[in-house]
Design a protein. Sequence first.
Length: 527
Amino acid sequence: MFLYHRKSILICVFFVTSFFLSQFFVACKNRNEEALDDYGARGKLLAHQYCQSCHLFPEPDLANKKSWTDGILPQMGPRLGIFRYNAVNYPSSRYDINIIGKNYYPTHPLMSDEDWGAILTYYAEAAPDSLPSQKRDEPISPNTPLFQPIVPAVKYPNPVTTFLSVDTSDLPHRLLQSDGLKHALYMYDSQLNLSDSTSFYGTLLDVIVKKDTMLFCNVGIINPNDGRFGTVEVIATNKKNENLKITSRGSAPRIADSLRRPVQITEADLNGDGRKDLIVCEFGNLLGSLTWYENEGGTTYKRHVLRAQPGAINAIVQDYNHDGLPDIWALFSQGDESIVLFTNKGNGVFDQEQVLRFPSIYGSSHFELNDFNGDGFPDILYSCGDNADYSQILKPYHGVYIFLNDGKQHFTQKFFYPIHGCYKAVARDFDGDGDLDIATISFFADYARDPSEGFVYLENKGNWKFAPSTLPEAESGRWLTMAVGDLDGDGKDDIILGNFSVGPTPLKSRSNWKEGPPFLFLKNKGK
């Protein structure tokens, strides 16, 4: 689950480990850095000075010259109090009523126009004209024999699927699908027949199914904004004829409201009082946070802020240190892109540590915890590829990463598979051979030259070798969401791809996504 959003490139592009850059940029970087003139060299020193006052240095070779000068730097300027340069007004939200009074922008410029010009010169001189192409060890095979694509009978124009989930809490299993344009939640049986639906205001991005209720995570307004329009609501349900039926809607009780673009909700008893609390990823835009809501009984919850930073995408609850207290792992984008571990100390107190950090230009999109090497410690499966930012170019570092855990929550990269615009990666033993395979989707694929990137199945062949393949039918939609689960009840994990057919893309597809299905069911035919 996730949504289309425009990235906010903050003052600094954050820490990137040297082995990332060495794969793509070292030769170009050295050549361009050596050619700096005096003014550009001064800009380099100033960039180090101002960026490193709060974060590590933004390397110029993460984007091309045009992206820096026309996109990223004009967005950075206002963060330094520079709203106009050389008779050009820089874009900002300083007059947004949701930003006013939040002290987001400096009250005065933090540097002179001359110094700012030197920084612009430095990036213009040091950045490459273009980024290198992605390199794959083997091409993506056009066929995936393990999965049978099935198009649902339900079809309507301009599908905007914002949420998918396989509900396995009861038999028969069900599929839930939310459409952001129709403002509706649909439920399908295991044969993909529509069994129930309900309308609502706003846009659903996550749903938790309980015994006789549902929790709706409503982002409010899906487009980038800093308003408090999001809610988490309790919807009553019952079960008749083995189907889940929504019985009440409208004046639904709210667990939380006035949220900044909430994108995910997770339940867990964080304080040991026997009641399920709620973790909310308030993605926001310029403002946002990761919060937890303490269940005080009934529908009364008390809000606690874990991290007051925008870009919280998804959170995972896991007692990593086996002390009986549930800990929280969370992925942040929107500037300080990182995976943060919140260690539960009891009584509602959490320590926090950034276990991985990425450049803000990476477009972090999703992560999972999986034990890839069987040592009993959670490894990290990470994807990056959100390209709705100020540098909409194909990026060689977009794709799927695996970071291995040394047992002390220190992570090192073990695997990378390049996929332009990768939006989600899920690891399961799809083929039943005892190891973890990976299913991925891309929302910003190279549709013009390599549309097969839209869906890629990576079959684990052992020794960190994964065989890539796809299906021709996967080109019928633009996949923003992906659910994995045993929908048909045969004991094997199936894959469902959700079509978000609208939204900008710098590369046009040969397929008309707006005439595509709302979702594509990939039935697992394995043993």
